[in-house]
Every structure is written in C-alpha cells, then in structure tokens.
Design a protein around this ligand. Structure first.
Ligand code: MN3
Length: 202
C-alpha cells in the first residue's frame, strides 16, 4: 500500500487569523508530504502488509529493527498530522454530550481543562505534541510526546492534540508558543473530538 497526502478538509487560509495561510500550506505540502514519502520509503519491500498507518503504530514489533525508527518518525508524523488537520475547523464549536460530561468530571470545567492542557503543552521541551487521550481503561488523560511518537504506540487513543513543533507556529508566532496555543483553542473542531471520543470507547 502506498500512503498518500490527504487533502485538507478546509482551505489553507480557513484558520486565519489564528493559524496563517503560509504556515498551513508549508506544514501540509512540505512537512506532512515528507512524512508520507519517507514512510513509503521505509516500508518498501517489507513482507508485513498493514492495512493502515495506525495499525503499523500498534504493531511496531512487526517492523524490522533497521527501519523501525524511520517508521515511528514518519508513520507517526503521517498519522499525527492527518489527525491534527481533522480536529481543527474554521467553524466555531464547543464541547457537548458525553465528552463535555467527562471533561467536567475529570477537570472540573472546560475552562480548567483548557488550563491543564495548556500547561501540559507548555511543559514540553523541544519538538513534539500534547494530546488528550482515552486510555485502555477508558479514562481521559493528558499526555506529552516527543518528536512524532503517537499515543497509539502506548495503546492510548488520541482524541485532541496540538502540534508543538516550531514549524507549526514559528512564521506567525516566532518564540511565542503560549500565544499560538491560546489562538489554537479558537479553531478546535469539537464535533470531531467528540467523534474520536465515541470511537475510542467502542
Ligand atoms: Mn507538524
């Protein structure tokens, strides 16, 4: 199977002014494309034929050691970015339903959840991601992952996450990571997060 760069579900300028067109375009057509190309390269000639990149990340022991790190970096990069594009939207929304209930129960309120998530994200040193995941036991939990490591590698299911590599914000925000994270809350696709939450509990 050859992996392909998925189309964005909105235009490059759709998330303005929070995430600028130039950042989105380079992030999608250069960075994400490179993960896809390098994943295809790393998987070339392998006997193991996984049905999806997600499946690979859950079965890394089936990937030969000489290409395993390349598969983690680029398979993770592909899966994380595909996920990231989808949990954002230019359409304003708020958490609702069972997800809202769970956030209130675990964090006290949506506002407090946002504070905790932001703190977790700000605490990441270097390149990586912050995620809200559903764990194997069905709990929601905040996680930080370096590089392109995916929560799927630990058996956790990501439902919301932010790319904290400098390439995700540097053109517009330079060193102001806190401003980027603050702006990002305006473009969350909450119906998609809720869909992920339901999918994780199945
Ligand atoms: Mn990125």
């Amino acid at each position: 199977m050859t992996y392909l760069l998925p189309k964005l579900p909105y235009s490059y300028s759709a998330l303005e002014p929070y995430i600028d067109r130039r950042t989105m375009k380079i992030h999608h057509t250069k960075h994400h494309q490179a993960y896809v190309d390098n994943l295809n390269k790393a998987l070339e000639g392998l006997k193991y034929k996984p049905s999806s990149a997600e499946e690979i990340l859950k079965n890394l022991n089936r990937i030969p050691l000489d290409v395993r790190q390349a598969v983690i970096n680029n398979g993770g990069g592909h899966v994380n970015h595909t996920f990231f594009w989808n949990i954002m939207s230019p359409k304003k929304s708020t958490p609702s339903g069972n997800l809202l209930e769970m956030l209130n129960k675990k964090f006290g309120s949506v506002e407090k959840f946002r504070e905790s998530f932001t703190q977790k994200a700000m605490g990441l040193f270097g390149s990586g991601w912050a995620f809200l995941v559903v764990t194997k036991s069905g709990q929601i939990s905040l996680k930080r992952h370096s590089f392109q490591n995916s929560p799927l590698m630990q058996g956790n299911f990501p439902i919301l996450g932010i790319d904290l590599w400098e390439h995700a914000y540097y053109l517009k925000y330079q060193n102001r990571k806190a401003d980027y994270i603050k702006a990002w809350w305006n473009v969350i696709n909450w119906p998609e997060v809720e869909k992920n939450f339901k999918g994780a509990l199945k």
